[in-house]
Design a protein around this ligand. Structure first.
Ligand code: HMG
Ligand code: MG
Length: 296
């Protein structure tokens, strides 16, 4: 049992916004390489409408092609029953439903209101659990929405608690556009933790304004123990204008190592993958730690 569980979302959140289609072989290689770093969770893809997110259209092929290592889970996003069915057909063991704390983002991202999304998720969670598949829940825009602006922490808590009540084992709170600062992150987490046990809460920070590590530290100090990140700081959400990459997993890991908090993940291996995938995508490595370790 490690102090902190890192959830690697690079292959999904990191790649979903890439403009040019990433070859399937590269995606498979990315997932397989990440599986050899000590990570216990590698979010691999999304069973969403290919019209909405073309980059994720090959998630079924990806799930068939990767080496699924024992002890590692490879969750995929599912927005509805159609997505769940396709995910079950390739033998996934974990899925994630994704809602929002703001109406504007919910409409743009999944084309329905927050209440409608929760009604839509309920049968998805029921069916998944009946099939022995665990379900994670995401809440987006927990510290601000690109369409509606400020978001009330009480609303975040309400949506998070609804996801838990319907049977999710964990909720991941997403600062989708990376606007949060430590005070706001702390206040939001404190409020959610009134309704959801701290051990069931993950934090999912994007680093648009360079605040992600500070926010993570603030949340760890409150007792948070599950953190999402993307290798090389890949990513962005196609339905959140201005959203840049996730916090780089290497940067989070370097900080945790320095604090003496164990994760079981090998920093040098992870950093090498960050360098490799950045070169494959012909983009600068978004991890400062990755660049430093590479001597650049
Ligand atoms: P819609 O247009 O309202 O849905 O989209 P629909 O039911 O009317 O279906 C439209 C078409 O999509 C139909 O095809 C369906 O069959 C098909 P047509 O008849 O036109 O040929 N379809 C599907 N195809 C494959 N798989 C499916 C599926 N469902 C419908 N599962 C819908 C509603 C939810 C489907 C759409 O809005 C969608 O797919 N949205 C996904 C958007 C997305 O993936 N966003 C990024 C992930 S969220 C995120 O990044 C935030 C997060 O990282 C946390 C954070 O940072 O805060 C998680
Ligand atoms: Mg995200």
């Amino acid at each position: 049992m490690h102090d902190i569980r890192l959830v690697e979302v690079g292959p999904r959140d990191g790649l979903q916004n890439e403009k040019t289609l990433v070859p399937l072989a590269t995606k498979v290689e990315l997932v397989n390489r990440l599986s050899a770093t000590g990570l216990s969770v590698v979010e691999a893809g999304a069973f969403v409408s290919p019209k909405w997110v073309p980059q994720m259209a090959d998630s079924a092929e990806l799930m068939r092609a990767i080496d699924r290592r024992p002890g590692i889970t490879y969750p995929v996003l599912v927005p509805n029953e159609k997505g769940l069915e396709a995910a079950l057909a390739v033998g996934v063991t974990e899925v994630a439903v994704f809602g929002a704390a703001s109406e504007g983002f919910s409409r743009k991202n999944i084309n329905c209101t927050v209440a409608e999304s929760l009604d839509r998720f309920r049968p998805v969670v029921d069916r998944a659990r009946a099939a022995g598949v665990r379900v994670r829940g995401y809440v987006s825009c927990v510290l601000g929405c690109p369409y509606d602006g400020a978001v009330d922490p009480a609303r975040v808590a309400e949506v998070a608690a609804s996801l838990m009540a319907m049977g999710c084992y964990e909720v991941s709170l997403g600062d989708t556009i990376g606007v949060g600062t430590p005070g706001a992150a702390r206040a939001m987490l404190r409020r959610v933790a009134e309704d959801v046990p701290m051990g069931r809460i993950a934090l999912h920070f994007h680093d648009t304004y360079g605040q992600a590590l500070a926010n993570i530290l603030a949340c760890i100090e409150l007792g948070a123990r599950v953190l999402d990140g993307a290798v090389a700081g890949l990513g962005g959400c196609p339905y959140a204008k201005g959203a840049s990459g996730n916090v780089a997993t290497e940067d989070v890991l370097y900080m945790l190592n320095g604090m003496g908090l164990s994760t079981g993940v090998d920093l040098d291996r992870l950093a090498a993958i960050g360098e490799w995938i950045s070169a494959e995508l012909a983009r600068p490595n978004g991890s400062k730690v990755g660049r430093a370790l590479a001597g650049r």
